[in-house]
Ligand binder design. Structure first.
Ligand code: ZN
Length: 462
């Protein structure tokens, strides 16, 4: 994986001044140090450079910026909370960054229709709080909720740990407002569950990673808040045993199985070693663990169901989730990590893990696979940590080979190379190799039609 530092692109002084004038100099960042938080991403794998970070305060300003960008063929990279993991939000070619954090109004909460209209820069945490204020749940759940934003969640079609019961970002949006590359504002802020008036344009922009338009607001679907939630942390001997338990839980739960997360013992040990506030909740070690969460509208009864499923109840919910949330994060303490965000049909998860382990062992015998993630969705974060004491750069130089081996297994099981993190730049060159050629061609046609000058997030996805 290349860590590329891009030079600041020259932008004629008078043109720069026209962009700055749209948002005001107070909201245009040209100082390199002040720009820093917008130029690197959480894992520091992609770095960018930008002549200016523009922070518009209204949809009209976003529209003006795109109109000017289109007229002058100036490239723009839209950015939400900058928590994306595939580099899609980073200005790799010296583009202008369009940071949407100031569009942070919750425009409306309608508990009767069960909808909420949020602007793109509202953080996921604030959206969830706004829903909770009217006794509703906004069911997207991501570890980065304090900084990731609604616009970014929708642009990347984010998944997370509650997708099993409630779906991915796409399923939460009833309507969206989008500024098109030519500056026109598409108002599809629809609160309707049923609207059969032609093509579903909204879904074109969700998951497009800012390459077709800039999402500025969305109508989000709310659901009743669960009246009871029960959580268990369970040791199991194998991924197959975890899958069997998932089958049992799905069959027996009176409410819903909200989360069903799989973790390997070695990774859990890393959490105990590097993460604060966690200890082994079980008296003895197990090769694998699952974190199960059930939720229900009934105030009582869920505990009994869970106990029936597990024959043993535990009440250490917060720590269970802490272990799961730190599972990915603590791996950086162990040196290099080659990462995959893949999905296969749920039934194929045990085979995926076994076959990918074998393929990786053939390439780098002492590498440490650390698969974990959303077993219930068939979405495994198949991370591979470097051998103990190995040279990090040397290990990471095998990124492409390890990817190819793992993706080979994924393809064999009819899976996807990006379950929930998107394509960005990280997987851009892989996409034409795995996507149906007609689908890929159609994506390119759409891009050319909506953004003929290629000003929006160039070099991402396609
Ligand atoms: Zn995930």
């Amino acid at each position: 994986m290349n860590i590329a530092e891009t030079p600041v692109k020259f932008l004629a002084t008078d043109l720069l001044a026209r962009f700055v004038a749209i948002v005001g100099s107070k909201n245009a960042i040209t100082d390199r140090e002040a720009q820093a938080p917008y130029l690197t991403e959480p894992r520091d794998m992609f770095r960018g450079a930008s002549p200016v970070v523009l922070r518009p305060g209204s949809v009209a300003e976003v529209a003006e910026i795109l109109k000017l960008a289109n007229e002058t063929a100036t490239a723009i990279v839209p950015q939400g909370g900058n928590t994306g993991l595939v580099g899609g939000q980073i200005p790799q070619h010296g583009e202008i960054v369009l940071a949407l954090n100031r569009l942070d109004r919750v425009r409306e909460v309608d508990p009767v229709s069960n909808t909420m209209t949020c602007e793109a820069g509202v953080t996921l945490l604030r959206a969830r709080e706004a829903a909770a204020d009217v006794d509703r749940l906004y069911p997207q759940l991501l570890p980065s909720e304090g900084s990731c934003t609604i616009g970014g969640n929708l642009s990347t079609n984010a998944g997370g740990t509650a997708a099993l019961a409630h779906g991915i970002a796409r399923s939460h949006a009833l309507g969206i407002e989008v500024v098109l590359p030519d500056g026109r504002v598409l108002n599809a802020l629809n609160k309707l569950k049923k609207d059969n008036t032609g093509y579903d344009l909204k879904d074109l922009f969700i998951g497009a990673e800012g390459t077709l338009g800039v999402i500025t607001a969305a109508v989000l679907r709310l659901i009743p808040r669960p009246r009871s939630v029960e959580t268990a942390f369970v040791g199991v001997p194998s991924p197959q045993a975890a899958l069997d338990l998932f089958g049992l839980a799905s069959e027996r739960a009176t409410g819903s199985v909200t989360s069903f997360e799989l973790m390997l013992r070695l990774g859990v040990e890393l959490v105990f070693r590097h993460g604060a506030g966690c200890r082994d909740p079980l008296p003895q070690a197990h090769p694998w663990y699952v974190l199960i969460e059930l939720s229900s509208q009934a105030r009582t009864g869920l505990r009994a169901v869970l106990e029936e499923i597990l024959a043993e109840g535990l009440d250490q919910t917060k720590m269970f989730w802490r272990i799961r949330e730190m599972f990915g994060e603590v791996q950086r303490h162990e040196g290099g990590s080659i990462k995959h965000d893949v999905s296969v049909p749920v039934a194929a998860v045990p085979a995926l893990i076994a076959e990918a382990n074998a393929a990786v062992a053939k390439l780098i015998p002492l590498a440490r696979p650390l698969p974990f993630g959303h077993l219930g969705d068939g979405n495994i974060h198949y991370n591979v940590a470097q051998p103990v004491g190995a040279d990090k750069a040397e290990f990471l130089s095998h990124w492409g080979e390890v990817n190819a081996a793992v993706f080979g297994v994924v393809a064999k099981h009819g899976g996807s190379i990006s379950a929930e993190h998107g394509i960005g730049v990280m997987k851009r060159d892989l996409l034409p190799k795995v996507k149906d050629p007609v689908a890929y061609d159609l994506m390119r046609t759409l891009k050319r039609t909506l953004d003929p000058k290629g000003i929006l997030n160039p070099g991402k996805v396609l």
